[in-house]
Design a protein. Structure first.
Length: 208
């Protein structure tokens, strides 16, 4: 996956409005269709999409999170779904899929299967906006824990007992087949009380 990846520092308010600069590309890709959002949590990104005029199907494994999302964004269609299982959508159903900070809790084989499933549900030329933990995300567990796989640790936290961190070679491996990178950047964001380091990857599903 050939694409430059400088480290950026994104500060600003606690709303972490990272999607704003991608809205024009999303609008071009989606038109009057829907965006599929995986791991919507409390609906922060869901709200950004709906406020921008998109229809959104938002999924999460947590019923509590879906309840919070429903309160914040009543216009969104919500779906209770475990990412480790196939998605209940047709091949190529979506022009755009969002997966922000939700694909890094799993064993490698599970993670790859999730990306393959995203690829299946995107139409050729469809857009994926994805954020993943960086191996430099030291404030949120990238060191000092029992290692289960390369950069995959036993960490007890809100969303589970394990967390994965990515370097560039891991990203290249994960998105090495069937994807065309638009932008791949490692960046520090101001989403939480402490700075968080993530990879932001924006990719197109290849036509073949």
């Amino acid at each position: 996956m050939a694409c430059s990846a400088d480290h950026a520092i994104l500060t600003g308010d606690s709303q972490d409005r990272w999607l704003d600069r991608w809205l024009p590309r999303l609008r071009s890709a989606v038109g009057d269709g829907h965006v599929l959002e995986l791991g919507c949590d409390d609906g922060r990104d869901t709200a950004t999409l709906v406020q921008a005029g998109f229809g959104v199907i938002a999924t999460d494994i947590s019923l509590e999170a879906l309840g919070s999302c429903a309160t914040l964004v009543p216009a969104a269609r919500l779906l209770h779904h475990d990412l480790r299982t196939p998605m209940p959508f047709a091949d190529g159903e979506f022009a755009a899929i969002l997966a922000s900070l939700c694909l890094h809790y799993f064993e490698w084989t599970e993670t790859q299967a999730m990306v393959d499933e995203i690829h299946r549900c995107l139409r050729p030329g469809g857009l994926l906006l994805c954020r993943l933990n960086s191996t430099h995300d030291f404030n949120f567990g990238a060191r000092g824990h029992q290692m289960l796989e390369d950069n995959y640790y036993a960490i007890s936290q809100r969303f589970g007992e394990r967390k994965r961190f990515f370097d560039r070679p891991a990203l290249d491996k994960l998105f090495g087949t069937g994807w065309e990178p638009i932008s791949v950047q490692e960046m520090t964001i101001a989403r939480y009380e402490l700075p968080k380091v993530v990879w932001e990857a924006v990719l197109l599903r290849r036509h073949s």
